[in-house]
Design a protein around this ligand. Structure first.
Ligand SMILES: O=C(O)C(=O)C[C@@H](O)CO
Ligand SMILES: [Mg+2]
Length: 390
């Protein structure tokens, strides 16, 4: 089998978007005095869809959710020429070919995200070629079904957050993630507001439901060191991305500071990046996203590394490119799931671009043994809601 064509399209959402409220999620821009709409730079309202065609008529689907127009240009100009005429089953060779040929600029960030989109499509082809779901190619079903946690609870009115948390309990979730809205520049009022939001959610869900806390890189080491002891009483499952991704030593200091596990990784890349995080004990939970980190080829190597360190892997965002890895790895106990599909941040667009992602039942999702590849197809029902750039 040979690759004959690589088609990339950028899907830019023009449909309804839920306007964010102020302070709905702390983030890396918050440290700046003129931060403006600080979460603006973290809204992903575009997506690159990668379709790899083969000489026997198979088409593999991949995706990139960061800087989609740049990702498209990288794939079109630099990666596609490396793939035409190649056998998709040579996935390790092809990954190394893409990684090494773009090494000067592509080993992290959007270069690696572009490689990820191609690699995901390659694994989809391999599954379709042998008539097996991708998780079967990765080692099979390591769990009857995948527990997932409801991930939203962006900071808003506390009563609204409590109603939202209750709705996830009503849907059968036994774990959920909330976002902080305040950070180092918001003074003692911000500290109080952060603590009050956790207390409000805990009041609804009680002590037996896992609660994860998301900072999304919006704090700094000093602020996190002051906040962690104040948060211990809420016994969170983890505190996520308290500092910027480059502050690995900061992560490591925080991860040793209290009983609260520190999680991260959705802004880290390749098994080399995660080797650093693991060797420094910088995180107690790994959260790569397969459509950023290096695709399935890199993610499976990270799963092996994490298993040897006994560090669980709970990939960012859920979605099929992550679910198959989670199903096939004992190192992965659960998945993230975005329960509300109204377009806000843009992570939700996956459900408008693709069909096939499983819906949770009582807080669990399952993958079908009989559906080959990733189990996704393009969802043409919403094509008119996108500007599609060929
Ligand atoms: O779901 C996550 O972990 C994310 O980082 C999404 C982002 O929108 C803020 O939480
Ligand atoms: Mg996160």
């Amino acid at each position: 089998m040979k690759i004959t064509n690589v088609r990339t399209r950028v899907f830019e959402w023009k449909g309804h978007t839920v306007p964010p409220t102020a302070h709905f999620c702390s983030n890396a821009m918050d440290e700046l005095w003129d931060k403006g709409d600080s979460m603006g730079t973290f809204r992903f309202h575009g997506w690159t869809v990668v379709e790899i065609e083969t000489d026997n008529g198979l088409v593999g689907l991949g995706n990139v959710a960061l800087a989609p127009r740049i990702a498209k240009a990288i794939i079109d100009q630099y990666l596609t020429p490396l793939l035409i005429g190649q056998d998709p089953f040579d996935y390790e060779y092809l990954w190394q070919r893409m990684y090494r040929s773009t090494h000067a600029w592509g080993r992290k960030g959007i270069g690696m995200a572009a490689i990820s989109g191609v690699d995901i499509a390659i694994w989809d082809i391999m599954g379709k070629a042998v008539g097996k779901p991708v998780f079967k190619l990765l080692g099979g079903r390591t769990k009857e079904k995948i527990p997932c946690y409801a991930s939203k609870l962006y900071r808003t009115d506390l009563k609204d957050m409590q109603e939202e948390a209750q709705s996830y309990l009503d849907q059968g979730f036994t774990a959920m993630k909330m976002r902080f809205g305040y950070g180092p520049r918001d003074g003692v009022e911000g500290v109080r507001a952060n603590l009050d939001s956790v207390a409000a959610v805990r009041e609804v869900i009680g002590e037996d439901v896992d609660l994860m806390l998301e900072c999304y890189m919006g704090w700094n080491l000093d602020y996190a060191k002051r906040m962690l002891p104040k948060l211990e009483r809420f016994q969170p499952r983890w505190l996520e991305e308290p500092v910027i991704a480059d502050d690995i030593d900061g992560y490591a200091e925080l991860n040793q500071l209290t009983s609260i596990p520190i999680s991260g990784g959705e802004h880290e890349f390749t098994h080399y990046g995660f080797r650093q995080l693991l060797e420094k004990r910088a995180v107690s939970v790994i959260q790569y996203d397969t459509n950023r980190v290096g695709g399935i080829t890199a993610a499976r190597k990270i799963n092996a590394l994490a298993e040897s360190f006994s560090v669980p892997v709970i990939p960012h965002a859920g979605q099929m490119h992550n679910y198959h890895l989670t199903m096939a790895s004992l190192a992965s106990p659960m998945s993230e799931y975005f329960p509300v599909h109204d377009v806000e941040i843009g992570n939700e667009l996956f459900y408008y671009i693709f069909k096939g992602d499983p819906e949770p039942v009582n807080g669990f999702i399952d993958l079908d043994e009989e559906t080959p590849g990733l189990g996704l197809e393009l969802n043409s029902d919403y094509f008119d809601q996108f500007n599609i750039i060929e």
